[in-house]
Design a protein around this ligand. Structure first.
Ligand code: COA
Length: 399
């Protein structure tokens, strides 16, 4: 028995050594984690083969057609659509939490006026995280409370900062308005016609969740260390800011404003293609044949164009899309229609990605809850590409 055991040990001791040597020579590196399935999720499913996306099993375009953002927020956080009683209770709670403390308002009032609103919302969320000591892995109910508190307060933080940076007085939230209506009210002091509010609400639904995108994955990585939900959301906001991710909706509008008129659009895109420039609002890591959310948001952009009578942006949209899709086979993503849509709603360009935060707080929170419920520290390996090991020379011998 002892001999047999010795033999087995000898055999297995040799095998892994060979394997390790081979692996070290050819490490399987997936730069950008392209194609890597990092975990399971029950929150949403992205199906590039059919250009479709479901939240908790419901097609996103059906949710946009039949539900409010509040219903979708409940769905993402709880796993199912609310019945009337559950929705009323959820709405009542969300509305009751909209006000910021006087300290929080004072912090926001001190932000440098030149700071980007993504930096101020990241910091304002971080401030909320200092009002209690929280850790990951606490009972899910505690994180659910924090998630609803952030869902409710983030729009107030964004609007308060927006007013202050423009030298205006803040406008307190109202409890008789939906989340979408209240955001317009807090920014501009009035609520636009129903069609405009609906387009905004739809954009929030479409931006709410998208599986393991960069910001959600960031939030999950932070959660996996058993850090708190505020840190996870602050990290998510940092990742979302980048123009390859959420920041693209601002970059799209900056690009369209630089193009200026439909008459200049064709020459502009041909020049950009000739110079191999990155065209903002096109391309996607997962969808290669078109983004499932674009038709719904494009239809909102068309409604807003009719409502405003300003056809310029839709015309530029169509020219850029036709040429880029036909010649490069790269399709628009959600940021392409949402950029000009927010412009027509009257929001300044630097508020577009913060609006994305208002929506994505639901997806981030759902993923934080899911990660906490079945946690494993996220810690990949790296293949070392630096200098071979060497001796530390005495300081006099260093060049
Ligand atoms: N403009 C110009 N070329 C683009 C492009 C774009 N928007 N998106 C992709 N491409 C090109 C790449 O240059 C690359 O060409 P190559 O094979 O000749 O090098 C090819 O298409 C594959 O793209 P790649 O960058 O490898 O895809 P990815 O999955 O790594 O990147 C994005 C996806 C979203 C980062 C990328 O499409 C992009 O930067 N888009 C613009 C920013 C944007 O709209 N972001 C919002 C995403 S929802």
């Amino acid at each position: 028995m002892a001999k047999a055991a010795k033999k087995t040990v000898k055999k297995t001791a040799k095998k892994p050594a060979k394997k390790v040597a081979k692996k070290a020579a050819e490490p399987d590196i997936r730069k950008g984690l392209v194609g890597v399935i990092a975990d399971t999720t029950a929150v949403s499913k992205v199906m590039p083969e059919t250009n479709s996306l479901t939240y908790r099993g419901y097609a996103v375009q059906d949710l946009a057609a039949s539900c409010s953002f509040e219903e979708v927020a409940y769905l993402l956080l709880n796993g199912d659509l609310p019945n009337r009683k559950q929705l009323n209770a959820f709405k009542k709670k969300e509305r009751s939490l909209r006000k910021l403390s006087s300290n929080h308002i004072a912090v926001i009032s001190k932000f440098p006026k030149k700071a980007h609103p993504m930096d101020t919302i990241r910091t304002a969320v971080s401030y909320l995280g200092t009002t209690e000591v929280a850790w990951g892995g606490e009972p899910a109910e505690a994180d659910m409370e924090r998630a609803i508190n952030m869902l409710s307060k983030i729009p107030t933080m964004i609007a308060t900062d927006f007013r202050f940076r423009n030298g205006q007085r803040r406008i307190a939230p109202r409890t008789d308005l939906s989340m979408a209506e209240n955001f317009f009210h807090m920014c501009f002091g009035k609520v636009p016609p129903k069609a405009v509010v609906k387009a905004f609400d739809v954009s929030l639904i479409l931006y709410a969740e998208h599986s393991f995108n960069a910001s959600t994955f960031t939030s999950r990585v932070i959660t996996s260390t058993r850090s708190d939900i505020y840190s996870a959301v602050a990290g998510g906001i940092g990742a979302l800011k980048g123009p390859l991710h959420g920041g693209a909706n601002e970059a799209v509008m900056d690009m369209m404003k630089a193009i200026r008129t439909p008459a200049r659009a064709e020459a502009w895109i041909r020049d950009a293609m000739a110079n191999k420039k990155l065209i903002m609002g096109f391309g996607h890591r997962v969808y290669k044949q078109g983004d499932s959310r674009v038709p719904t948001m494009k239809s909102c952009l068309e409604d807003l164009t009719k409502w405003s009578g300003d056809t310029k942006w839709l015309d530029i949209y169509n020219i850029l899309r036709d040429i880029f899709v036909n010649e490069k086979g790269i399709h628009p993503n959600l940021d392409f229609p949402s950029g000009p849509a927010y412009y027509l709603m009257g929001f300044p360009v630097n508020l577009y990605t913060p609006i994305f935060v208002m929506a994505r707080i639901t997806g981030w929170s759902a993923h934080v809850l899911e990660q906490n419920a079945s946690n494993a520290l996220i810690r990949p390996l790296s293949a070392y590409s630096g200098r071979a090991q060497r001796k530390v020379p005495a300081i006099a011998k260093r060049k």
